[in-house]
Each structure stands twice: as C-alpha cells, then as structure tokens.
Design a protein around this ligand. Structure first.
Ligand SMILES: Cc1cc2nc3c(=O)[nH]c(=O)nc-3n(C[C@H](O)[C@H](O)[C@H](O)COP(=O)(O)OP(=O)(O)OC[C@H]3O[C@@H](n4cnc5c(N)ncnc54)[C@H](O)[C@@H]3O)c2cc1C
Ligand SMILES: NC(=O)c1ccc[n+]([C@@H]2O[C@H](COP(=O)([O-])OP(=O)(O)OC[C@H]3O[C@@H](n4cnc5c(N)ncnc54)[C@H](O)[C@@H]3O)[C@@H](O)[C@H]2O)c1
Length: 473
C-alpha cells in the first residue's frame, strides 16, 4: 500500500492545477483518473479542447463568416470528412496530453489509472479494468475533482450512430462514417448551441429544441438578439418553448416528437440537456462529505468539504462549471490543504465565453441586473463594421456594449459578440477590476489598428448620450 500527502481524484483542469501546486510545494502527490491511460479530464478529451479545436478547424476550412472578398473557396469534399476532422482534433489532443504528462513528471507527480472509490476517510481503492487490478492508497488529504458526465435519460435511445451526446459526437466511438446532412440538437445550452452553430457552418441543416424561450437567459438581451439574427440568416430552425416528447430512430433516420407535437426528422440527434456530477460511485457516504440533492459536493470558499481532510473542486461542485474557473479552484484548494496563504483577485468577477459562431463573451452586470438593482446606468455600443481591424480581417459581424454608471461613470459590465470576443472582453475585465471609468477609453492610447479600438468607439457612443460632465472624483 502506498502513502501520499495528497491524492487527487480526477485530472481535469481543477485536478491538474491542484496537483501542480502541490507538486511545486514538495507535497508527495498522486493523481488518479479512470480515463484509460489519459490525463486531462473531460476538458481535454471530450469537452473544451476538442470542441474548440473543431470550431477552429471548421472556421479555417470553410472560411465561414468572412467578408466576401476574403471568403475561401468552397471546401473540397475530401477536407470535409469526419475522418479528417477527427485527425485534426486528435493531433491537438495528443499534443496537449504530452504537455500535461511532462508537466506532471517535472513536479514528481505520480499518475495512476483506474476508478477510485473511498474505503474509509483516509483510504481509496483504485480499480484498473485493463489490468484487472485494485490498488489501495492512503493519503493525508484527498481532493475530489471528478467533474461531470452527460445527463442520459433512460427514454433517449443513445446508439452513437443516430443519437449522440457531446462525449461521443467527435469520438472514435462515433459509428457514423459520413458527415450528417441534417441534425436535431435537443437542449440549447452552451454545448448544444456551440455544436449547433459549428454543424450549421459546415452546411448541415440544424434544428434546435429547447424548453426556454430565449437562447442564453444569463447573457445580455441585445447580444442574444444579435445571435438570433445570425442564426436566422443561417436558416437554423428553432423549436423553443417545448421539450422533447419522444426521440427515436426509424428507417435509417432519427426523429424527435416535441411536446407541441412537431415531428422533426434528421440524420442524427445531439442530446445536450445538461450534465450530472460524477459522484455516484465514490462511496462519499463513508467520508462525511456532503452533497446537495443533485449530487454536487458542498464546500466552503476554500473548497474544503464537511470532512476537513477532503477537498472538492471543479465541475463536481457545480456553478460556474468552466475550465477557467476550475483551474483557479484547484489552485485555491491546493494552497488551502497545504496551509499556505491564498491570494485571489475578486473571485466573483470572472468572464464567460461562449464559442458560438460568432463567439460571445461577457463580464460584470447585464442591463437586466442593473435594472433589478436600481442602478442608474448608460450604455455605449460599438459595432465591428466601424473597427479597422475587423474590416481588415473580414469579420464585420459583431458588437461590443459597455454598461457604466450614469452618475459616477464607473464601468459596470462589458458584453461582446463577434470574432475574438473571448479575448476582447479581457480589456473590459481589467478595467472593471481596477474600478476604471468610461472616459478611460477616450483618454488612453491603444495600438491601431487593433480590436481594442472598439472600446473607444463604444465609450464615445455612451458618453455622447450623457448630458452631464465627468464627476469630480
Ligand atoms: C463539450 C464541452 C465544451 C466545453 N467548453 C468549454 C469552454 O470552451 N470553456 C470552458 O471554460 N469550459 C468548457 N467546458 C467545461 C469544462 O470542460 C469543465 O468546466 C472542466 O472540464 C471541469 O474540469 P474538472 O476539473 O471538474 O474535471 P473534468 O475535466 O470534468 O475531468 C474529471 C476527470 O475525473 C475523472 N473521474 C471521474 N470519476 C472518477 C473516479 N471515480 N476515479 C477516477 N477518475 C474519475 C474523469 O474520467 C475525468 O477525466 C466544456 C465542457 C464540455 C462538455
Ligand atoms: N464555452 C463554455 O464555457 C462552455 C462550453 C460548453 C460547455 N460548458 C459547460 O458545460 C456545462 C454543461 O453544458 P450544457 O449545455 O450541457 O448544459 P446547460 O445547463 O448549459 O444547458 C442545458 C440545456 O438543456 C435544457 N434542459 C436541461 N434539463 C432539461 C430538462 N429536464 N428538460 C428540458 N430541458 C432541459 C436547458 O433549458 C438548457 O438549455 C455548462 O455548465 C457549461 O458551463 C461551457
């Protein structure tokens, strides 16, 4: 039996960052993952990295969204095969996997493959099915970083040929050989929408079914409307305000019957109605670790559970369930368990990026929140078609909106849709963190031509709407 200072279950972003922090500080660290001989978690193998790589490849091959004079020629059929797409995505995953393994080696972090479950508060058993071997490990501290898995209701006939979830849409287990010509996406959350737009950009006829009546309820209304207009121009069929009643396969076609009795037929269905925490086989009941009703682990602000020697971080603790925030949670958990000081900038202020086509990014308050909180605000809007960089790049679809306090001029929120939105939003994030006022963007020199110019355009637009001068302080 081996003994470690810390055993981390799960090697996704939170487990990885936690392990590196522990290894760097000389802790004898073990990382366990049940994915066959693969570190990196959902994020690297079926989530963030494959989906974002695929998106880049699609944009690259098709030139989708480029102005007409830059539009690439219609892709050759040989470029647009599933095999070709897998190959390109697979190469990136392998490259990232190598980087991660080297990082672990450099910090003397051990890795063990197999499914972990607690035997008691200080011991886990790890079952490796390939070798049919069980390892027993003791550690002073444990970190549960097991993430989530797709929600798979029993009435959905997943077969990985006609009916998929996001884990299998781009995996070698996908039994389909040819790209589909049509697809129904059930669930218009982040995953459903990102894939819907990618497939639509590939020329697939996409239909989307969701119980909501808006795309992203937590994203600024105007940004949602902008995306909706683009989706209309792409001929995406929206079936909102309804759920699925039946999903099935008949005569070589998949179909969905909705609760409003629409009958939609397509080559395949992507089911994306959320994910569930990977906690059910961990034997948490033997540890004193508490979960909420849905199985998400409950922790304090340093990611310590009800058992002081067991920490939990990443998607397994629920909102916000992002790779970006999971990395930071892993770092904080590691420092907390080692008893080291924790320095964090405003942990509640983090950006969102949704990689639809075009992408959306957001930081700070939305208009709806400001109205609810009775904060007097004004908005400044800049459009990509007025920005030299966007014109040069041929990416003229997009807008940036700055919300600021009408009385103090303090910046309150930044919302962007368009090419590079996920990067552009970071300028607004820094301004928000530093308590900057809207006139900062008028009185500061940025490089030209760059995407940053849009902040100046939006700031002018906002300030021109005001009748009063900048307050004294
Ligand atoms: C399709 C998709 C796209 C996404 N895109 C983005 C994006 O663009 N940006 C972003 O910020 N986030 C994105 N996310 C979310 C992001 O992937 C997650 O927030 C992130 O992966 C969570 O990291 P984690 O540390 O919780 O571990 P995860 O990445 O969830 O990994 C957990 C690991 O634990 C292992 N495990 C589970 N149970 C056990 C056990 N009992 N024993 C051993 N090992 C176990 C699993 O095999 C897995 O490898 C996306 C997610 C998906 C599904
Ligand atoms: N760019 C990114 O940061 C990114 C990209 C992809 C995924 N993710 C993360 O992955 C997680 C999972 O994404 P997701 O899209 O699967 O989940 P989600 O919660 O974003 O969306 C699920 C969708 O399914 C619908 N739904 C859920 N349960 C339902 C039910 N019982 N009946 C009818 N409709 C139902 C919801 O209305 C929602 O539209 C998210 O938390 C997200 O943070 C992030």
């Amino acid at each position: 039996m081996q003994k470690y200072h810390v055993c981390i279950i799960g090697s996704g972003p939170s487990g990885e960052r936690c392990a590196i922090e522990c290894g760097t500080n000389g802790f004898k660290t073990l990382v366990v993952d049940k994915r066959e001989r693969k570190v990196g978690g959902v994020s690297l193998h079926v989530g963030t990295i494959p989906s974002k790589t695929l998106r880049e490849v699609i944009l690259d091959i098709t030139g989708f969204g480029l102005s007409f004079y830059l539009q690439k020629k219609k892709p050759e059929p040989k470029e647009l095969t599933l095999e070709n797409l897998y190959k390109k995505v697979g190469a990136i995953i392998n490259c990232e996997q190598d980087v991660l393994e080297a990082r672990f080696r450099s910090k003397n972090i051990d890795v063990l493959y197999g499914e972990a479950r607690f035997v008691d508060k200080n011991t886990v058993e790890i079952f490796n099915s390939e070798r049919n071997t069980t390892y027993t490990i003791k550690a002073d501290k444990f970190v549960v970083a097991t993430g989530t898995e797709p929600r798979r209701p029993l009435d959905v006939p997943f077969d990985w040929e006609f009916v998929y979830d996001s884990d299998f849409i781009f995996s070698p287990k996908n039994k389909r050989e040819k790209l589909p010509e049509s697809m129904i996406v059930v669930g218009a959350g982040v995953i459903g929408m990102e894939y819907a737009l990618m497939f639509s950009a590939l020329g697939v006829n996409v239909s989307i079914v969701d119980r909501k009546n808006t795309i992203f309820p937590y994203i600024d209304n105007e940004i949602n409307r902008y995306l909706l207009d683009i989706m209309m121009s792409m001929n995406i069929n929206l079936y909102f305000n309804r759920n699925y009643k039946e999903i099935g396969v008949k005569e070589g076609k998949a179909y969905v019957v909705t609760t409003k009795e629409d009958k939609i037929e397509a080559d395949c269905v992507l089911f994306a109605q959320g994910r569930v925490p990977s906690t059910k086989n961990l034997n948490l009941e033997k540890t004193g670790v508490k979960t909420d009703q849905r199985g998400y682990i409950l922790t304090n602000e340093h990611y310590q559970t009800d058992n002081p020697n067991i920490f939990a971080c990443g998607d397994v603790i629920g909102y916000p369930s992002l790779a970006s925030t999971s990395y930071e949670q892993g770092r904080v958990a590691a420092r907390a368990l080692m008893g080291l000081p924790i320095h964090s900038h405003n942990p509640h202020l983090f950006p969102f990026a949704i990689y639809t086509i075009p992408e959306i990014a957001s930081v700070g308050k939305t208009e709806d929140e400001l109205i609810k909180e009775n904060i007097p605000y004004e908005k400044g809007i800049g459009y990509y078609h007025d920005v030299s960089k966007a014109i040069i790049k041929g990416r003229r679809n997009g807008m940036l909106k700055i919300l600021f306090n009408r009385e103090t001029w303090e910046i309150l929120g930044v919302h962007v849709i368009g090419d590079q939105a996920a990067e552009i939003v970071h300028i607004g994030q820094v301004a928000l963190e530093m308590g900057a006022k809207i006139d900062y963007f008028l009185n500061t020199v940025f490089n030209y031509p760059t995407w940053a110019e849009i902040y100046r355009i939006a700031a002018f637009n906002g300030i021109n709407k005001l009748t009063c001068d900048l307050p004294e302080n």
